[in-house]
Write a new protein. Structure first.
Length: 284
């Protein structure tokens, strides 16, 4: 007794879905995660990668099957059967993509909100340290954008749960370099040095054209716009050296506009900070 085509289709569909989910959860194409924001973004990537894998394998498999199964045999000169309309099939291929797109939209919105993307719509949700730091440097009337500071884990300084104050850093983007000023020591560095496990608040401004501050390992990318203060918050979680890339076409040497964020243990960062602060004090 032959197996009904509907049963074969159902089994193949289940295999396809399970296989796509397994690939999406076990094949990692992203760089190492080095910030508290990264796991949140990676959730979205795994979901999109799983859906993309299912669609790719399903469509390619169906095309290959159709090319083999319905190919023109030797000696066949007549036209194929005139098949007109299939209401269940049309409902299926309209409803399934609609549900998938709706799910992706809602899930993406949730991830965007958890990473701070909706902060501009709720200024009360901005971190007080970031607000005070940005307003003191940009003026009380400036519109500010906070990204990456909402929904991320809040680290503590001790077991009693004392909040860690963010490390303020002023970032200046210009053709074609990033400069990092540390207000607490009043010195400037060509690299961004931060301690592992401590929240960091970047107050960013552009001197000429639109730039973008992007650290792939942090899963954070934020435009730096002239005349519009931007605050970027993150918490590094893994020591190492990670590239800072300008991801916005800003001129002929855009490809060379790179720097490095150095995530160090607290002792190493304190030594680096004291060394640079001492040099600055000596120069003045």
């Amino acid at each position: 007794m032959p197996i009904p085509p509907s049963i074969i289709t159902l089994v193949l569909g289940m295999i396809l879905v399970l296989g796509g989910l397994w690939i999406g959860q076990n094949v990692n194409l992203l760089p190492v995660d080095a910030s508290a924001n990264a796991p949140i973004y990676d959730e979205l990537f795994r979901v999109l990668f799983s859906i993309g894998t299912i669609l790719f394998l399903g469509i390619v498999g169906l095309v290959v099957f159709s090319l083999i199964r319905f190919r023109r045999r030797s000696g066949e000169l007549s036209d194929g059967l005139a098949i007109e309309g299939n209401l269940p099939l049309e409902i299926f291929w309209t409803a399934v993509p609609a549900v998938v797109v709706l799910f992706i939209g809602l899930f993406s919105y949730d991830i965007y909100e958890r990473m701070g993307g909706m902060a501009p719509l709720d200024h009360a949700a901005m971190g007080h340290a970031a607000m005070d730091h940005a307003s003191s440097n940009q003026g009380s009337g400036a519109e500010q954008r906070v990204w990456g500071g909402i929904g991320t884990p809040v680290l503590t300084a001790s077991e009693q749960g004392t909040p860690v104050s963010p490390l303020p850093v002023e970032v200046t983007a210009m053709q074609f370099a990033f400069l990092f000023r540390y207000p607490k020591g009043d010195f400037i560095s060509g690299e961004l040095h931060v301690p592992v496990g401590q929240p960091v608040s970047l107050s960013m401004e552009a001197k000429d054209v639109i730039h973008a501050f992007w650290v792939p390992e942090f899963r954070l990318k934020q435009d730096v716009i002239p005349g519009q203060p931007t605050v970027l918050n993150f918490t590094p979680t893994r020591a190492g050296r990670y590239p800072i890339v300008c991801a916005e076409l800003c001129g002929p040497y855009h490809g060379g506009m790179r720097s490095t964020v150095v995530v160090e243990e607290q002792d190493a960062f304190d030594n680096w900070f004291a060394q640079n602060n001492k040099i600055t004090a000596t120069d003045t």
